[in-house]
Ligand binder design. Structure first.
Ligand code: CA
Length: 364
């Protein structure tokens, strides 16, 4: 151990890059001191996209600054290095060290991951953070990703999304029949059972699909990002609320070997930067959504409408069926789902007498 410290110290004193991540792994334990690490981070988002893409850029920037350049990370937009929906595989294989995306994109590979993004009619952003950081959620998430060599962290939250953009009115349950809509995750399965056809597309392909009529509707995020994509130019009706994604949590995933190679102080810098980005992204969305909604209100070509009550009731009961089946289909989903809903029951009661009660009366 002494010898390693000595060698590390010499290299640092000489201003050398003491060892790469790979060479740090050679003796099973990273040397202390002057080693530097150079990571790549792939994302599911268009490069530098407001909110989502910038969360990854800001994360990389903060880790670099806070570590005085000992850990630098180059961020790639979706498709630049790997396709937007292959972030999980690329980081799991160790092709790159880090990824930024959303856990529900891994439906089919690791179904239980959906609990760590959003459950239809499930937790809000504040409730998710409570569960993940203090309620045992993060430990369950680490356990779930362990076999994939991934270390996950919360990496942003868009808060309650919008129901989406529609080129036909949704006045009743019957209007969902035959509706071809871009909607990922469990929300997509709910739509299918309600008579629609869910389509999965990465963000970058949504505008063209909607404009050319290859889909009738799309959900994406909320006013901030939807205006960035120009979705208001491709559809007239903007429905709320985003029942399908009430508080979607974004994820930072790190390859296990890259994580283990970091000394403790860099690990803590990464953890702290992920927490900072989680708050920063949520703040960016709170601000961006309010400003962009104000713009949309002024636009005579856009109608912002609530979903009818009977449509939301059907979607709620169908969501319960879909989630119950998910939990029965897979032991990990059963265990994580039970933890999620046990937590949600208590969190809901608190939200009911705080946020919900206050917001219902704020305007009189
Ligand atoms: Ca969405």
């Amino acid at each position: 151990m002494k010898r390693r410290e000595f060698v590390g110290g010499l290299a640092a004193a000489a201003g050398l890059t003491a060892c790469t991540q790979e060479s740090a792994d050679c003796d099973g334990q990273p040397a202390a001191g002057g080693e530097t690490f150079s990571w790549s981070c792939v994302t599911s988002w268009p490069p530098k996209f407001p909110g989502l893409g910038m969360a990854a850029e800001n994360l990389a920037g903060r880790i670099g600054t806070a570590s005085s350049g000992r850990l630098t990370t180059k961020v790639y937009g979706g498709g630049e290095l790997v396709p937007p929906l292959e972030v999980f595989d690329a980081v799991s294989r160790g092709t790159v060290e880090m990824g930024h995306g959303a856990a529900y994109y891994h439906k089919g590979k690791v179904d239980a991951a959906q609990f760590f993004t959003a459950i239809p009619f499930g937790m809000t952003a504040a409730e998710m953070n409570g569960w993940l950081y203090y309620g045992g959620g993060l430990e369950l998430w680490h356990e779930l990703y362990e076999p994939f060599n991934l270390v996950p962290f919360p990496g942003g939250n868009t808060s309650v999304q919008m129901g989406g953009w529609f080129n036909k009115e949704i006045n009743s349950i019957a209007d969902l029949k035959g509706l071809k809509m871009r909607i990922p995750g469990l929300g997509g399965e709910v739509l299918r059972r309600a008579g629609g056809t869910p389509v999965m597309l990465p963000g970058s392909e949504i505008f063209t699909a909607l404009q050319t009529g290859s889909i009738d509707a799309t959900e994406w995020i909320g006013p901030y990002n939807d205006v960035s994509f120009g979705l208001h130019k491709a559809a007239k009706y903007y429905y709320y609320p985003g029942w399908q994604e009430p508080g979607p949590n974004l994820e930072v995933i790190i390859h296990r070997k890259a994580w283990d190679a970091l000394p403790e102080d860099l690990k803590e810098i990464v953890r702290l930067a992920c927490q900072a980005i989680n708050l920063d992204a949520a703040s960016d969305y709170a601000h961006g959504n309010a400003m962009s909604l104000a713009q949309l209100r002024e636009n005579p070509d856009v109608e912002i409408r609530p979903f009818p009550d009977d449509v939301l009731s059907l979607l709620r009961t169908t969501s319960q069926e879909v989630v119950t089946e998910l939990m029965a289909s897979d032991p990990a989903a059963g265990k994580i789902g039970k933890a999620y809903f046990d937590y949600l029951e208590k969190a809901k009661d608190n939200s009911r007498i705080s946020d919900q009660a206050y917001l219902a009366r704020r305007d009189g």
